[in-house]
Design a protein around this ligand. Structure first.
Ligand code: F6R
Ligand code: ZN
Length: 189
C-alpha cells in the first residue's frame, strides 16, 4: 500500500531585495523566452520577428523550493521584462493551478502592469499591479501578469506548495482581455 509521508524542513529565513526581487540562494530558475510564447499573442507574425531578432528572455522565475505538499507554502519571485509584441505588452503564459482549490498572493515589488484573471464561467478581472500592491488570486481563477511599464514587473508570489500549474486552455482560448499600447496609450481590449 502506498503511504503518503509528509516531508518537513528546518525553520529558515532568507533575504529578498524588495525592489529587484533578487533572492540569493534561489536554486530553481525558470526562464521563458519569446519562443516559449508561441500561440499567446494576438500578432503571431510580430512574435516570429522578435524570435528571429534574437529570441529575448521574456520572464524569469526564481524559487527556493520547499516540498510540494499540502501544508507547505511555495514562494517565488516572478520577473517579467518590459516589451511589446506588435502592439501587445509582454506577458506571462498564465495558468490555472492543477489543484484548483488553491489561491495565490502576489505582492508587486517593482514595475507596473496588470494581473488578468479568468474563471471558466466567462468572468474576467484585471487588477492593476504596482509596487506595494497585493493581488489576491482566488481558487479556480487562471492568472496572467502583463507588464505595461518600462522596467521589469517583479512580484513575490506565495501559494500552497501542492498547487501545481495547469496551462490547460490558455493556449487555445487565452484570456478574455488583452492589453495593448495604441497611439501611445494603454488599451485593455
Ligand atoms: C505560481 C505563479 C507564478 C508564475 C510565474 C510564471 O503559481 O503564479 O510564479 O508561475 O509568474 O508564469 P507562468 O507559470 O504562467 O508561465
Ligand atoms: Zn499561480
Amino acid at each position: 500500500m502506498e503511504t503518503h509521508e509528509f516531508k518537513n524542513v528546518e525553520p529558515f529565513g532568507l533575504m529578498i531585495d524588495l525592489t529587484t526581487g533578487q533572492m540569493p540562494g534561489a536554486t530553481n530558475h525558470l526562464v521563458r523566452r519569446a519562443s516559449d510564447m508561441k500561440g499567446h499573442y494576438a500578432d503571431a507574425a510580430a512574435l516570429d520577428r522578435l524570435i528571429a531578432a534574437g529570441d529575448p528572455v521574456h520572464y524569469e522565475v526564481f524559487e527556493y523550493p520547499v516540498p510540494e505538499q499540502d501544508g507547505h507554502l511555495m514562494y517565488c519571485i516572478s520577473k517579467l521584462l518590459p516589451g511589446l509584441v506588435g502592439e501587445e505588452f509582454w506577458m506571462t503564459k498564465g495558468h490555472y493551478h492543477s489543484v484548483a482549490e488553491t489561491a495565490e498572493i502576489y505582492l508587486c515589488l517593482q514595475g507596473k502592469g496588470y494581473m488578468i484573471m479568468k474563471l471558466n464561467d466567462g468572468r474576467c478581472d484585471a487588477q492593476p499591479m504596482e509596487r506595494g500592491r497585493m493581488i489576491y488570486v482566488p481558487p479556480h481563477w487562471a492568472h496572467r501578469s502583463i507588464n505595461t511599464g518600462s522596467e521589469p514587473l517583479v512580484s513575490f508570489c506565495v501559494y500552497p506548495a501542492h498547487a501545481g500549474h495547469n496551462y490547460g486552455d490558455i493556449v487555445t482560448e487565452g484570456f478574455p482581455q488583452r492589453v495593448f499600447r495604441r497611439n501611445g496609450r494603454e488599451v485593455i481590449a
